[in-house]
Ligand binder design. Sequence first.
Ligand code: PLP
Length: 284
Amino acid sequence: RIVYVNGDWVPEAEAKVSVFDRGFLMADGVYEVTSVLDGKLIDFEGHCLRLDRSLSELEMTNPHSNAEWLAIFREIVAQNGIVDGMVYLQVTRGNPGDRDFAYPAADLPPTVVLFTQSKPGLADSPAAKTGWKVISVEDIRWGRRDIKTVQLLYPSMAKMAAKKAGVDDAWLVEDGFVTEGTSNNAYIVKGNRIITRALSSDILHGITRAAVLRFAAEAQFEVEERNFTIAEAQEADEAFITSASAFVMPVVEIDGAALSGGKVGPVATRMRELYLDEMRRAAL
Ligand code: PLP
């Protein structure tokens, strides 16, 4: 693979970042994962908007315009011949040359890294036909989950708890209410209503979430942005999750309780089709 490091295109084995980089020492950085379908970028503008917000919340300067980012993204897709897969982008505060809790001067150049992952048939994942099973675990992450930082240790622990339990993911629960999945936003369906937690610093503002809620409203579903419990989810008609890499993924079991007879339901299926159709059409 060819990876991008601070303006250079290098074979992955030759890519280097300093041990003093604040991304490495302090998880002081942000990231974006953008899907590629048929060689095109899915919801590129959504990712740019959120990247800019994450950086500004951390008082970092966006090193590139959206047009420059687009050129870099397209170049890395082309260099690696990606048809279906993803582009990973990470921007950290850079290397101040020593370890210090205080932020270095604002003019320190950030460290920018991009790489690709090839995932042939990404949109035809067999899991979308059978659905995911999830367990619930306590959400003990920090209080600024709306910033897409690279500090992903607790989500990794929760994912491992799910794997050990023989399921696909964990839903995080705080004060009795579901916040989101380890790396996705969580939804339940009751009749014609699609219910998901409202935006706040408790959850990541998923760009797939924004698109799916827009398409759901256009398709005459009622959208309710509110808290729900695991007990309410277990009683729902359907459940699903959304993320830039899983798109819309049905959830068929929550803490051992089967939803819609343990089968993928019609609303999750419809939303997945709507999302993929619309986003493929608008892909860059
Ligand atoms: N919530 C969390 C905690 C995530 O890590 C992610 C994606 O990585 C999402 C939600 C979904 O966001 P998006 O749809 O922008 O990929």
